[in-house]
Design a protein around this ligand. Structure first.
Ligand SMILES: Cc1ncc(COP(=O)(O)O)c(C=O)c1O
Length: 361
């Protein structure tokens, strides 16, 4: 077996111990004589798995009792439409902050639904390289949407904005469960699992009870939050195996890493190591995000030219450092260092970057 250090932006690296457990249990889960993939989602065994996944998530994130946790399908992209459909009555103003491609896509989808959107801040003027400060949210907005981590541009909200009481709605797809956060200001958070907590196929939504009170009748059943909140996310067949994998990753965060505070400290240390390497390179590597807005999940950087970047990526791959190419829309390089990317992977990358700079600088 030969595994690489995987810096993919998502789907992304999973903890080796989790993959090994999934492998070992593949043909016979807990003496059931079948895989989790093969069992009824209504049976006792799977219902137990689903309950454990929710309990582990609630415990790790300290989710308050007045929030529901939903396990959905359709990716974060389905949420771009579900949020305005469920949370805003006709004519109600909704605030959006535009910090990159995914925010832009969320805005587009709300516009398709004819929602009166106010883009209250945008970092488009400087190619989405920063997180806007001092935002004037509308007092009458029914929610304010942000993208907590911008996977493509490598920026992240280090502190969430004060909306003056307007419920925050956050796309946390690329930093969910990478650090603790206070749920209080949030009406809803959502995230695809495939970066920090599992394989693709399941989307997490944490939604406050009063927001569920807004959900109108007459929505398509699969886009309606109350369909799932009233049925413990078991309205129709859920992505059972993906949810099981999520449960194992959550257990790994709790038992092996030691909880979310430790996870956050480790993620900070990994990011510091790479940004330190970039900043000490004398300009050989150039971080693309403004320092105060740097992401601890996606470290984006450029080299002096595309030819040199190509060589960097090829040599990195030959050295077992995989998937460092920047998003196709922006080019350059990106090291995604989600929860399951260990310090040893980051160390190997930093050493390679130093050696490459020395040889080519
Ligand atoms: C911040 C963010 N939002 C949304 C998406 C889209 O997610 P999905 O493919 O799960 O719909 C991505 C995908 O990378 C993302 O990084």
């Amino acid at each position: 077996m030969s595994r690489v250090f995987n810096f993919s932006a998502g789907p992304a690296a999973l903890p080796l111990a989790v993959l090994e457990q999934l492998r070992d249990e593949m043909l016979d889960w807990h003496a059931q004589g079948m895989s989790v993939m093969e069992m009824s989602h209504r049976g006792k065994a799977y219902v137990g798995i689903a309950q454990q996944a929710e309990a582990d998530l609630r415990e790790l994130l300290s989710v308050p009792a007045n929030y529901k946790v939903l396990f959905l399908q359709g990716g974060a992209t389905a949420q771009f439409a579900a949020i305005p459909l469920n949370l805003s009555a006709p004519g109600a103003v909704v605030d959006y902050v535009n910090t990159g491609t995914w925010s832009t896509n969320a805005i587009k989808e709300a516009r398709v639904l004819n929602k009166p959107i106010k883009v209250v801040a945008s970092s488009e003027d400087r190619q989405f390289t920063y997180i806007p400060a001092s935002i004037a949210f509308n007092k009458d907005a029914v929610y304010a949407h942000i993208t907590s981590n911008n996977t493509i541009r490598g920026t992240q909200w280090s502190r969430f904005p004060d909306t003056g009481g307007v419920p925050l709605v956050a796309d946390m797809s690329s930093d969910f469960m990478s650090r603790p956060f206070d749920a209080g200001p949030f009406g809803l958070v959502y995230a695809g699992a495939q970066k920090n907590i599992g394989p693709a196929g399941v989307t997490l939504v944490i939604v406050r009870d009063d927001m569920l009170g807004r959900v109108p009748e007459g929505l398509p059943v699969m886009l309606k939050y109350t369909t799932f909140s009233s049925k413990n996310s078991l309205y129709n067949t859920p992505p059972c195996f993906a949810i099981y994998a999520v449960q194992l990753v959550l257990k790994w965060i709790e038992e092996t890493v030691g909880g979310l505070d430790k996870m956050a400290a480790l993620n900070r240390a990994k990011a510091d190591r790479l940004y330190g390497c970039i900043d000490a390179s004398g300009g050989f590597y150039r971080g693309t995000a403004e320092p105060a807005s740097r992401s601890q999940m996606n470290v984006t950087f450029r080299l002096a030219g595309e030819e040199l970047e190509k060589r960097f990526l090829e040599e990195a791959a030959r050295n077992g450092l995989s998937s460092l190419k920047g998003h196709r829309s922006v080019g350059g390089c990106r090291a995604s260092i989600y929860n399951a990317v260990g310090l040893e992977a980051v160390e190997a990358l930093a050493e390679f970057m130093n050696a490459f700079a020395k040889r080519n600088g």
